[in-house]
Design a protein around this ligand. Structure first.
Ligand code: FES
Length: 349
């Protein structure tokens, strides 16, 4: 009792300083995870198995969480899609992307024993509750939330018909190839189609997602639920092709588009709280545009999922860069990372 009373008087940073000398992930409040295994998943891609401390909330399959590490003396965070593992552990698969400070650090320098900062799980990607067939479309790193959903279905012994189609540029970029093959063998209701877009390999098909491929994947059966994950261009293409024919369509783009086709010129954005007024390009997501103007709005995933960047809009028209939809109504939680100015705006920033 006395010991507990004394430790309550100790500031968090002092408690953590001594606690981490006993165990690197001991902390009074901070969600942390230790790297307990790493293996190569594909070219420039590693899978890290993480053992979290008790402050980390367990992610559901298909969710994301922010992962942080110190790079050149600064904490850098990015969102990754974890795959839950037995024993409370989870795995993240990280591809080194050009200019990606954290991804480069994790792929080339993270070692067993390193401790990473972990954020709250977020995201609502999930298989619908009925037994309608599901078509999963993965472009590149978009495979990571989808493999988590597939592993979960397999662990539950689900017999729902699922087709996974997964595109990579080159054979060396394909992750989970052996595991996907084994899952398909063990679960006859699962069909796996892996294709390359820039090089051939006898193990894989070749070509991009198009109407013929979609017809081959869906066959004559009822319209499937479609879930697409990948870069912004891949998701936009999948949406245009599949949404009209799907029972439902969910998508997550891990990168917002750099520029919006069909939008030109600038818009005036007034930041009501700071009293600043600036001009931003109408063809760029507001988060990127404000950053280019030297501002630092709060953000997390940069893909419209975590809501960290959400702020109020009291006037003006915005355009959702993922769907193209225009919204003239005031909003209490406008996600800056996936909305652009379609006219002059007033934001609660
Ligand atoms: S940064 Fe996550 S929703 Fe915008």
């Amino acid at each position: 009792m006395l010991g507990r009373a004394w430790t309550a008087l100790v500031p968090d940073h002092v408690f953590d300083f001594w606690a981490e000398r006993v165990s690197p992930t001991w902390s009074r409040r901070r969600p942390l995870a230790r790297v307990v295994a790493r293996e190569t998943a594909a070219d420039d891609t590693v899978t890290l198995v993480l053992a979290p401390n008790r402050h980390v909330r367990r992610p559901a399959p298909g969710q994301h969480l922010m992962v942080g590490a110190e790079v050149d003396g600064r904490l850098v965070r990015r969102s990754y899609s974890p795959s839950p593992l037995p024993g409370g552990r989870f795995a993240i698969t990280v591809k080194a992307v050009p200019g990606g400070r954290l991804s480069d650090h994790l792929v080339r320098h993270a070692r067993v024993g390193d401790v990473l900062a972990i954020g709250e799980p977020f995201g609502t990607l999930a298989l619908p509750g009925d037994e309608t067939p599901v078509l999963l479309l993965a472009g590149g790193s978009g495979i990571t939330p989808l493999i988590a959903l597939l592993r979960d279905q397999a662990a539950r012994g689900s017999t729902r018909p699922i087709t996974l189609a997964y595109w990579v540029r080159t054979p060396g970029e394909a992750c989970f190839v052996d595991e996907l093959g084994a899952l398909a063998v063990g679960h006859p209701s699962l069909r796996v189609h892996i294709a390359t877009t820039r090089a051939t390999d006898p193990r894989f098909a070749q070509g991009r997602l198009d109407a013929d491929t979609l017809a081959m994947l869906t066959g004559e059966g009822s319209a499937p639920h479609v879930i697409a994950c990948g870069g912004a261009g891949f998701v936009a293409h999948a949406r245009a092709l599949c949404e009209p024919r799907a029972a439902s369509f969910q998508a997550e783009a891990f990168s917002p588009p750099d520029a919006l086709p069909g939008e030109t010129g600038d818009a005036e954005v007034r930041l009501a709280r700071s009293g600043t007024t600036l001009r931003v390009p109408r063809n760029q997501p507001l988060l990127a545009a404000l950053e280019a103007a030297g501002l630092r709005p709060a953000h997390g995933c940069r893909m419209g999922i975590c809501n960290t960047c959400a702020c109020g809009k009291s006037a003006g028209i915005t355009r959702d860069v993922l769907t193209g939809a225009r919204d003239p109504e005031p909003a209490t939680a406008l996600r800056l990372c996936v909305n652009a100015a379609a006219g002059d705006l007033v934001l609660d920033l």
